[in-house]
Write a protein that binds this ligand. Structure first.
Ligand code: PGA
Length: 260
């Protein structure tokens, strides 16, 4: 794992945007794995700004989002389809026909999950998977105890995840209970992973992911098995790590090391 610690959220966001922009420039037809959530909003803003100001083009990019709530049609304002359109797709030149999210309103969500895996495979797999982390250590909606060998499927959300996401819905009762999510093994198959975590509320989960045991109790710890996983943190999210001195020695101020 490559651990980059930046002074604050703004710097962490720009560092993560640099990594995504480099992939898009080097491989204009790259397949990106995309994430949702509050942490990603400034990242999408930064990428849209680079599109406007620096001509960063997403015209040939294919994208696959990690997850979608079951029961919400794409035009529901709280769906991740709507989130992606508002936060990113409408702001850049990505071709809508090459953007993919799981079909949360499918009549058969199980079959839709299998189809989603096949679509990722047909696209040649994911070049760079962008990830957030839940306070409980989830990646995608792979909640604690999710199989580390899991593929795209239906997951029941934990109460803590529903509480964290309740702010987007009218009430806790209306916050969806189920989602379709890429599995842990689906995520691990991506050629590169980039996880971004900011804020003190993520510090404990971040420490378990990086320094804790490999365990389904913290699905993000599965990234320890990935040979090209970069974790971009602000100082608050890095606050519970014990090896901070080492990480800062390897990557001072979150810069690449001499061998990168
Ligand atoms: P957040 O969500 O960015 O809204 O904290 C991250 C996640 O749950 O993966």
């Amino acid at each position: 794992m490559k651990i980059l610690i930046l002074p604050d959220e703004r710097a962490a966001t720009q560092r993560a945007a640099d990594i995504v922009a480099r992939t898009v420039r080097d491989t204009p037809a790259a397949v990106l794995g995309l994430a949702t959530g509050g942490t990603m909003l400034p990242l999408y803003e930064a990428l849209a700004q680079r599109h406007r100001n620096d001509g960063l083009s997403f015209a040939n990019i294919t994208s696959f989002n990690l997850d979608e709530y079951i029961g919400l049609p794409p035009d529901h304002p709280c769906s991740y389809h709507a989130y992606m359109y508002d936060a990113f797709f409408k702001l850049v030149d990505i071709n809508p026909s090459r953007t993919h999210l799981p079909k949360g309103d499918a009549i058969d969500p199980q079959a839709a999950s299998v189809d989603y895996e096949a679509l990722i495979e047909a696209a040649g797999g994911i070049d760079l998977q962008i990830l957030g982390i839940g306070r409980n250590g989830h990646i995608g909606f792979n909640e604690p105890t999710a199989s580390l060998g899991s593929r795209t499927r239906i997951k029941t959300l934990t109460e803590s995840t529903r509480r964290a996401n309740q702010r987007y819905f009218a009430s806790f009762e209306e916050t969806p209970r189920y989602a379709i999510t890429m599995g842990v093994a689906t995520i691990l198959e991506s050629r590169k992973c980039l996880l971004i975590a900011t804020g003190a509320a993520k510090a404990e989960a971040v420490a378990r992911m990086i320094e804790g045991p490999l365990s389904a109790a913290c699905p993000a710890s599965a990234l320890q098995l990935h040979t090209s996983a970069t974790i971009v943190l602000d100082e608050a999210a890095a606050g519970d790590l014990t090896l901070t001195g080492y990480f800062e020695n390897v990557h001072p101020e979150g810069r690449d090391s001499v061998f990168d």
